[in-house]
Design a binder for this molecule. Structure first.
Ligand code: KG4
Ligand code: ZN
Length: 330
């Protein structure tokens, strides 16, 4: 069975052709990130205009690269939210038009949940598992018992983890996106020179990253931002954020008595995060499942794979499917 996946929730326009839920025949990503760099963040209007420009060539290239004619596609899976309204509309409208014109079933997919499918593209994972999504827009912990049965255990009360990386990078004048560059300069930072911590919340699996971002702002304002000082701040910030995420994720697994932790989202590319998670989870015999770096950040392969699994469970979307920019609160 051939699925065409389409992802346009933010600045990436991505299309993928996958066979039977996990054999990736092609995977194309175009990004408008260069156009946003000078603003230090994504400008929605610019992102949606770029989506419109990219969507046809990206889908066409995915089909050509996979050597698949559109008439052989059995399912179209598209991101329905959460994300930027204008960007989502481009992908959803394109998918609906293709579905209608070629009479191909359509399925609208939740972007955050699809991030948890990324590790399943390359490995078999048994249910139940604890799912952690750490991206630019989301930081959420789930108990996952089935492809369409996810229970939210906790989420960020304010900023997402990736958003905090992006804002800290902006404060330190490191450019956008912040995650990769903060990771890089943190390697040169010295432990103990600065100390930050994440907020404590009433609900044990909830997160808060807005306080630490403000603490970084005040710390950076009070000193000369030499390369050494930037590295020390980046190091301390990254340690605090990952200590918090790793602690809560491992706690969720042990409290729910689930020995598998599946992680998705752009922040999970980070090597320091991966090392810390392994160091905490392995002694507790919790198995960690991470995605390949190209499937951590936004991509259509995870949308296609997750859509395929929902389709097998009988889920379908109609041509009047709505986009859900704010997502659906669990
Ligand atoms: O999953 P993603 O592509 O988009 C959303 O769904 O939001 O994640 C993008 C986020 C950005 O905030 C980016 O700074 C962060 O992931 N990120 C990283 C790293 N690579 C990307 N954060 C920390 N370390 C990294 N290596
Ligand atoms: Zn994402």
């Amino acid at each position: 069975m051939i699925t065409l996946g389409i992802e346009t929730s933010c600045d990436e326009t991505s299309a993928a052709i996958i066979k039977n839920g996990n054999i990736v025949l092609s995977h194309i990503i175009a990004s408008s990130i260069q156009l946003h760099k000078k603003y230090g963040g994504i400008i929605p209007e610019i992102a949606s205009r770029a989506q419109l420009e990219f969507i046809y060539p990206v889908v066409d290239e995915a089909l050509k690269k996979a050597k698949v004619k559109i008439d052989r596609v059995n399912l179209i899976a598209v991101t329905k939210g959460p994300g930027l309204g204008g960007s989502l509309l481009v992908g959803a409208s394109f998918a609906k038009a293709l579905s209608f014109a070629k009479n191909i079933p359509l399925i609208g997919v939740d972007h955050v949940k699809a991030h948890l499918y990324a590790p399943l593209l390359t490995q078999k994972i048994a249910f139940p598992f604890i799912g952690l999504v750490i991206s630019g827009g989301h930081t959420s912990l789930y108990k996952v018992t089935n492809f369409n049965s996810l229970t939210l255990l906790g989420r960020t009360a304010d900023d997402a983890a990736g958003e905090a990386f992006d804002k800290v990078a902006k404060i330190l004048g490191l450019g956008y996106p912040g995650g990769p560059v903060v990771e890089k300069i943190a390697l040169k930072g010295e432990a103990g020179k600065v100390k930050f911590s994440c907020g404590n919340l009433k609900r044990e699996f909830d997160f808060s990253f807005s306080g630490i971002k403000t603490a970084v702002l005040y710390n950076a304002r009070d000193k000369k931002l030499t390369a050494k000082n930037k590295a020390n701040i980046a190091h301390a910030f990254q340690e605090a954020v990952f200590n918090d995420i790793v602690k809560k994720s491992v706690l969720a697994a042990s409290k729910k008595k689930i020995k598998a932790l599946v992680v998705g989202g752009g922040v999970s590319c980070n090597r320091r995060f991966r090392d810390k998670l392994n160091a905490e989870a392995v002694p507790q015999k919790i198995k960690i499942y991470l995605a390949k770096p190209q499937y951590c950040t936004d991509n259509a392969a995870m949308i296609a794979g997750f859509g395929y699994q929902l389709f097998r469970k009988g889920v379908r979307s109609k041509l009047n499917m709505k986009i859900e920019p704010a997502g659906v609160r669990q």
